[in-house]
Design a protein around this ligand. Structure first.
Ligand SMILES: C[S@@+](CC[C@H](N)C(=O)[O-])C[C@H]1O[C@@H](n2cnc3c(N)ncnc32)[C@H](O)[C@@H]1O
Length: 362
């Protein structure tokens, strides 16, 4: 199976940038550190108008994806951008790519020349997880087509929660979740190393079923771009999109796009990297990929590059890891904001952990 640390694993968006924008409350002088992944979060954070965003990832392919998206924003008009990325249909992607590639450094151009299939079908839906979600949506649509339509047409949260309870939350759904809760399914079928850090299957199953019940009561699925991916398999201009791709935000994102700088490094190396100091950190769910000692090492890198009082926003998916006791003074979680954002986050599958950082300098 292709090496996860070098392949395109996340290419669209599976987080809700509105949460990071609220948690980080960016000021015009802020320097933000953001994990790259699909590029969705760094691009969403431009809407907070900080001074700079440094996007880092240990996977060079994810950084290449962000370079490509930035180049596309710069040279393509709105309609062509949707078409090129694969959010709208197009037979002209290779032509559009010639214009985009002209703005890329030679190494990035070579990276994409080696992936003509992803360019021709649109990079947006070409990631490992996007393929998994599309397959899941295909199966769900075959079994639950009309119910999905009703779920997305719900006019209130109580109506939606009722539809979820009566039409989705049944034996078939629990069976599917039981498979998803198995480590072997992640590591051997999907090729996702985060599977190694899943809790025992019964716990994972309870967490996943609980997350959807919670979401059905707190957010409208039709307004969630992640729910669109899960139940419809693809993003389109007609349905909910991540913040930076919404028609009303494209011009602002384009205007600020040079505020993003991209670097290949890990969170644990931030202190020595000289990239900081940072005023805010958008950390995604990096804890999905580590045990306690690596997780704490990442926090130490974050703390070492943080200005006193810097804000952070972390996402917790399945691995319930928390900063170890030695970090308690430096990583201060705001429980009330974390809980409120957990309930309002439209990406369904995460708990939010946000707060402030208090490094002690020698
Ligand atoms: C945390 S993962 C989760 C994916 C996420 N839900 C998304 O789509 O944005 C996001 C990215 O973080 C990168 N990553 C994970 N741990 C990291 C670390 N310690 N330092 C730098 N990048 C890391 C992965 O390579 C991946 O591309």
């Amino acid at each position: 199976m292709a090496d996860f640390s070098r392949t395109l694993n996340f290419t669209s968006a599976n987080e809700d940038g509105a949460t990071e924008l609220e948690a980080l409350a960016l000021a015009p002088s802020d320097h933000v550190l953001c994990l790259t992944a699909s590029g969705a979060r760094p691009l969403d954070l431009l809407l907070g108008n900080p001074a700079r965003i440094t996007a880092i990832d240990i996977n060079p392919a994810q950084n290449e994806l962000l370079r490509l998206k930035i180049a596309a924003f710069k040279v393509l008009e709105d309609e062509a951008l949707y078409a090129y990325l694969g959010i709208a249909n197009s037979r002209h992607r290779p032509d559009l790519h010639r214009r985009v590639a002209a703005g890329l450094p030679p190494a990035s151009r070579a990276f994409w020349e080696a992936r003509p299939g992803a360019i021709a079908s649109g990079v947006w839906h070409s990631g490992r997880w996007e393929r998994v979600l599309r397959l899941g949506a295909f199966g769900t649509r075959r079994l639950r087509g009309r119910s999905i339509d009703r779920l997305f047409a719900a006019s209130s949260l109580s109506e939606q929660a009722d539809i979820w309870r009566t039409r989705f939350d049944d034996g078939l759904w629990h069976g599917a979740v039981r498979v998803l809760a198995q480590r072997w399914f992640w590591t051997r079928i999907i090729g996702e190393p985060g599977g190694a850090f899943l809790p025992p299957p019964a716990e994972s199953e309870a967490r996943l079923t609980g997350l959807f019940r919670r979401a059905a009561k707190h957010i409208l699925f039709r307004g969630s771009d992640f729910a669109v991916l899960l139940f419809h398999g693809r993003h389109s201009v007609q349905r909910a999109l991540p913040l930076h791709m919404r028609p009303e935000n494209l011009a602002v994102v384009r205007e600020r796009i040079d505020l993003i700088e991209i670097t290949e490094t890990g969170l644990d190396a931030l202190g020595a990297s000289g990239l900081g100091p940072f005023d805010a950190f958008s950390l995604s769910d990096f804890g999905s990929y580590c045990g306690q000692s690596d997780y704490d090492a990442c926090w130490n890198g974050v703390i070492a590059s943080a200005r006193p009082g810097a804000r952070f926003c972390e996402r917790v998916f399945m691995n319930p890891v928390q900063p170890g006791p030695a970090l308690a003074d430096a990583v201060r979680v705001d429980p009330a904001s974390s809980q409120a954002l957990t309930h309002s986050d439209k990406a369904i599958i995460y708990d939010i952990r946000c707060g402030t950082l208090h490094p002690t300098r020698e």
